[in-house]
Design a protein around this ligand. Structure first.
Ligand code: ATP
Length: 513
């Protein structure tokens, strides 16, 4: 499905709404509806269980959004959490300079892709994409151009050379997508942190809304190490809100100004961090694969320009409807954060390692994923239109969300064949009240059964129980499978056990091991 259809499906079926919609909305802020919050909670639960429950040496915390302003000084966010901002003088539209340049190279990339597809058609089964890409002159030239532009952009970004970025935009003759104008202001740094006032008590310091959850973990390192009796290597996990005043916040919930992060900081012995970094890269990819995301839709992207705190960093990119983009970051953050907090707070953030009889500031490997981006990835992957046979044997199209059953918002719908039939309604209610104890259920008695199935397909419900006249005779019901469309007859008394088994998160968690 295209991106527009995905966004409108999310709204129409109660997954995601624009925030403050009756007041015409607030840009890049969104609210989750009844099915959306259920799906998001399930994704968060899968992440939390796979980290905290499945690892003896990872514990959770929930730190506050408001923190001492010095934390953001120590972390480098006050001085360096900037994006390069540029305005078009004619349209007055605001852009991130690096995104404008990447938009330019994306276009070259699209041309390469087109050539590859043409060749694939021409050569058929014998086509070797890798060979074609490395031997075709036109593609080699185009790829070299992309590499040169991105290479220069990254070195300007690392050196914070704003004039270099501006010159590159001018040299490439990049035009504003809105006005077509090439008249740009100078590129300048823009800090992404939101600030507020804290009851006047903090003196002249501003209070910031946290732009990442990680710092809440670092400043609690000593507390957790002491109270959890964990030994290095160990991790601290946290799920929580983060806020960034993004310059350009398009693409629905991909880039929001208020969003949720799922972060885990893994504290290790200095010198072992790159080994752990590789292990966490592999483990996180396994987590995504466990959910059934095809390997062709995921890839690693190693960072060319490293953040001030990192000695290695990679993104897990997912193929969103608008291309491969960052879904998760895995960063080897060295001892930068703990050292900085130790220095500014004057409190020791060291660990005594009994295996080497020595104190040290641990190194950190971080995994950081946006819950909202993960939500968008799952929705865009699983929302499909497909042809299915009708009851009368003819084909029809259905819209279905093929979530893994364990993360689907509603696990089972109970449908009486007739809505006014006392016996059928009573039997349905009995099944519902039994099922409700274990899982998320829904009752639907309106319209023909076929239409009710379609409604459940559209929100991704993996199972539907239909209560019909035979139920009243032999206490059996049909259990319909969303994906195979298969219907089996089972005793009413077994519905709960069966649905719980088929929608359990256990298999998902096992697959992450
Ligand atoms: P980007 O380059 O897309 O701005 P980033 O590199 O700044 O992302 P990180 O600081 O590594 O992102 O944050 C970790 C994760 O948090 C990202 O992989 C993403 O899933 C999520 N995230 C970051 N910014 C946003 C945002 N504005 N809206 C939604 N999710 C976000």
């Amino acid at each position: 499905m295209d991106f527009k259809q995905i966004v409108s499906h999310c709204k129409e079926y109660g997954f995601v709404y624009q925030s403050s919609e009756i007041y015409d909305g607030l840009a890049a802020v969104y609210d989750y509806g009844p099915y959306g919050v259920a799906l998001k909670n399930n994704l968060k639960q899968f992440w939390w269980k796979s980290m905290v429950q499945m690892h003896e040496n990872i514990v959770g915390i929930d730190s506050s959004i408001f923190m001492h302003p010095k934390i953001w000084k120590a972390s480098g966010h006050v001085d360096a959490f900037n994006d390069p901002l540029v305005d078009n003088k004619d349209s007055k539209k605001r852009y991130r300079a690096d995104q404008l340049i990447e938009g330019y190279t994306d276009k070259i990339e699209a041309k390469i892709k087109k050539d590859v597809e043409k060749a694939r058609k021409k050569f058929g089964d014998d086509f070797d994409e890798q060979q074609f890409r490395t031997t075709n002159g036109r593609i080699i030239d185009r790829q070299a151009k992309i590499d040169d532009i991105l290479g220069r952009m990254n070195s300007y970004l690392t050196a914070e050379d704003m004039a270099g970025l501006k010159n590159l935009i001018v040299e490439l003759e990049i035009a504003c997508p809105v006005s077509g104008s090439k008249e740009w202001t100078d590129v300048r740094q823009f800090n992404l942190m939101f600030s507020t006032q804290y009851g006047g008590a903090v003196g002249e310091d501003k209070l910031y809304l946290r732009p990442e959850t990680a710092q809440g973990i670092f400043v609690n390192f000593a507390n957790v190490a002491k109270t959890s009796r964990q030994k290095i290597p160990f991790g601290i996990a946290q799920i929580g809100k983060a806020f960034r005043n993004e310059i350009v916040a398009r693409q629905f919930i991909f880039r929001m100004r208020e969003f949720e992060q799922m972060e885990m900081q893994f504290f290790v012995k200095p010198g072992t961090e790159l080994d752990w970094y590789e292990q966490w890269k592999a483990k996180r990819m396994k987590w995504h694969n466990a959910l059934g995301v095809p390997t062709s839709k995921l890839r690693f992207h190693d960072h060319e320009s490293l953040a001030h705190y990192a000695n290695a960093a990679a993104d897990i990119e997912f193929e969103f409807p608008f291309g491969f983009k960052e879904l998760e970051g895995i960063h080897s953050r060295t001892d930068f954060d703990l050292n900085a907090h130790q220095e500014l707070s004057g409190k020791k953030l060291q660990y005594f390692d009994p295996t080497v009889n020595e104190n040290y500031v641990p190194y950190v490997v971080e995994t950081s994923i946006g819950a909202d981006r993960m939500f968008l990835a799952q929705v865009s992957l699983n929302l499909v239109e497909e042809e299915v046979p009708d009851a009368d044997g003819k084909g029809s199209t259905r819209t279905v969300m093929k979530f893994h059953p364990a993360i689907a918002p509603i696990k089972c719908a109970v449908l009486p064949l007739l809505k006014n039939h006392e016996g059928l309604v009573k039997a349905s209610e009995d099944i519902l009240s039994d099922l409700r104890v274990s899982t998320d259920v829904q009752y639907d008695a309106k319209d023909a059964i076929g239409r009710r199935y379609r409604r459940q397909d559209a929100i991704g419900t993996p199972f539907c129980v239909t209560v019909d006249h035979q139920t009243l005779e032999d206490q059996t019901v049909t259990l319909r499978d969303r994906d195979s469309l298969e219907q089996i007859r089972i005793p009413m008394s077994e519905v709960r056990k069966e649905v719980v088994k088929k929608t359990s998160m256990d298999d998902l968690l096992l697959a992450t091991k």
